[in-house]
Design a protein around this ligand. Structure first.
Ligand code: PBG
Length: 330
């Protein structure tokens, strides 16, 4: 336990008076190297389609993707996370595991334009299925085991195209093991898996589903994503993923789940990622645009809190603006 002898001998304010000293005793600092920037890619040319609830975020065709990744790399952001909007959605999400699928094409473009920018992929079928669920349906429910094979195929296509890290996010049991086995079988033994281990069935994904057109057409995802009321269960999810071979584990969303980030950080030695999701971004942007809050200040506060809770990596739509602010010495 910390020891503090009492007032007036102890004055907590002493260390807060000088800006320079405040900086020196600061326990948590953000660095641009903490961030992964999500990007939505879409078919066509000259497409730069704004995502309404997410000011500053666009769906980009591959020609615009070039400029985007040059900007991201130039800001010193080490990694991007790709999401694809397919040309066609179908029951089995075929474009997800097609060698010519939009994400696979985007990976090739990025690796040409900015070879050192790390490319992380999302391994999940929801953007690709016409019903909007994260796996294939059998008798009206998401078929876990049949989905595993498709997720493994999807990860293989992504890594073949040049992805550096794969991020399974479908919340199918056994997905990490199935993907590890498939990648190893193809000789991709060195490709890390960043698993969305504790992914909650959350209302905070609303704007993302707008962006990707991936809202489930019937029912919701509560049959496979976690119940927001549960914390102990998150440790079991993380444990299972680690046993299956996850290299980085993730908690998602971030802000409403900082207790979970902290307990995962304390219970395991693996790097922990936290996903500052679309709804968290949208809330800050909406309030800032109304001048109800100071957007820059709140953004930095939120992201510092995510890191303080124990996240090593932060996936955030704020990454570009934060990189700029950090450069200015924020
Ligand atoms: C699944 C996936 C989702 C998000 C990331 N990966 C959507 C979902 O589970 O509904 C949401 C991210 C965000 O809200 O920013 N493909």
């Amino acid at each position: 336990m910390p020891t503090t002898s009492s007032f007036p001998k102890t004055r907590m304010r002493r260390l807060r008076r000088l800006p320079v000293l405040r900086r020196m005793v600061r326990e948590t600092t953000l660095a641009v190297s903490d961030f992964i920037y999500p990007i939505f890619v879409t078919h066509g040319r000259g497409v730069r389609a704004p995502v309404d609830p997410m000011p500053g975020i666009n769906r980009l065709s591959l020609d615009y993707l070039l400029d985007e990744v040059e900007e991201v790399a130039g800001l010193g952001i080490p990694a991007v996370l790709l999401f694809g909007i397919p040309a066609r959605k179908d029951a089995e999400g075929a474009e997800a595991y097609d060698a010519g699928g939009i994400v696979q094409e985007a990976i090739r473009v990025i690796k040409q334009a900015a070879p050192d920018l790390m490319v992380v992929t999302d391994v999940c079928l929801c953007e690709y299925t016409d019903h909007g669920h994260c796996g294939v349906l059998s008798g009206g429910h998401v078929d876990n085991d049949r989905t595993l094979e498709l997720l493994a195929r999807m990860a293989e296509r992504q890594v073949e195209a040049g992805a550096d890290v794969v991020g399974p996010s479908a919340m199918m049991d056994g997905q990490v093991g199935a993907i590890r086995e498939a990648l190893d079988g193809r000789g991709f033994v060195d490709t890390p898996i960043m698993s969305y281990s504790a992914k909650y069935a959350s209302g905070f994904y609303g704007p993302f589903r707008d962006a990707a057109g991936s809202a489930p057409q019937l029912g919701d995802r509560s049959g496979y994503q976690m119940d927001p009321a549960n914390a102990a269960e998150a440790l079991r999810e993380v444990q299972a993923d680690i046993e299956e071979g996850a290299d980085v584990v993730m908690v998602k969303p971030a802000l409403a789940y900082l207790d979970v980030v902290r307990s995962v950080r304390d219970a395991f030695d693996h790097p922990v990622a936290a996903y500052n999701v679309s709804g968290e971004y949208a809330m800050v942007k909406a309030a800032a645009e109304n001048e109800w809050i100071d957007g820059r200040r709140v953004t930095l506060e939120v992201l510092t809190a995510i890191k303080r809770a124990g996240a090593d990596l932060i996936i955030s739509y704020h990454a570009k603006e934060v990189a700029g602010w950090l450069r200015e010495g924020a």
